[in-house]
Ligand binder design. Structure first.
Ligand code: FES
Length: 162
C-alpha cells in the first residue's frame, strides 16, 4: 500500500484545485491512523495547503469520519426518522446492554465501538446497522449477540486484509 503522503498527492492530482481532494484525503488519513488524530489532520492539511482547523471543520460534518479513537470494529445504528419508526432506539439500547457501553462508546477491551448515526440511506429497510461499513438491514435485537461474538473473535478489518 502506498504511504499516506503519496495517496494524498495522487488524490490532489485528480482535481484542478488541490482543496477539492479533502474528502478522499481525509478518508486515506483515517484508514492510515484508524481515526482523524491531530497528526492525521496535520498530514492532510499539509498536503492540501489548508489549516488543520479547516480540515477538522470539514471532517466534523460527516458521520463517516472518526474524531476520536475507535475500537477494532465499529457498529453504527441509524436512529433517523425512518429507522426510529421501526425500532432503531430499541436496537441501540440492546447493543448498549450487550456491549456494556453507552453510544458513542468503546468496550473496555477495545474491540467494539458503538455509535449512533444519521441516515445511512437505507430508509426503506430499517432499522439499518452498519458493521465495519457493511450495512445490515431490517436489523433485529436477536441478531446482536451472535454478531458481537463474531466481532470479538475477528481481527480489525485492516489487519484481516493485510
Ligand atoms: S433513516 Fe435510517 S437509513 Fe435512513
Amino acid at each position: 500500500m502506498a504511504d499516506l503522503y503519496t495517496q494524498i498527492q495522487d488524490e490532489i492530482a485528480k482535481y484542478p484545485d488541490r482543496r477539492s481532494a479533502i474528502l478522499p484525503a481525509l478518508r486515506h488519513a483515517q484508514e492510515h491512523y484508524g481515526w482523524l488524530s491531530p497528526e492525521a489532520l496535520e498530514t492532510v492539511a499539509d498536503g492540501l495547503e489548508l489549516s488543520p482547523a479547516h480540515c477538522l471543520s470539514v471532517a466534523s460534518f460527516y458521520d463517516m469520519f472518526f474524531l476520536q479513537p475507535v475500537g477494532d470494529h465499529v457498529v453504527e445504528v441509524c436512529t433517523n426518522l425512518s429507522c426510529a419508526l421501526v425500532g432503531s432506539d430499541i436496537v441501540l439500547r440492546a447493543f448498549e446492554e450487550e456491549l456494556g457501553v453507552v453510544a458513542p462508546g468503546t468496550t473496555a477491551d477495545g474491540k467494539v465501538t458503538l455509535r449512533r448515526v444519521e441516515c445511512l440511506g437505507g430508509c426503506g429497510w430499517g432499522p439499518v446497522v452498519s458493521v465495519d461499513e457493511e450495512y445490515q438491514e431490517h436489523f433485529k435485537t436477536e441478531d446482536i449477540a451472535p454478531l458481537i461474538s463474531e466481532l470479538r473473535a475477528t481481527p480489525r478489518p485492516s489487519e484481516s486484509h493485510a
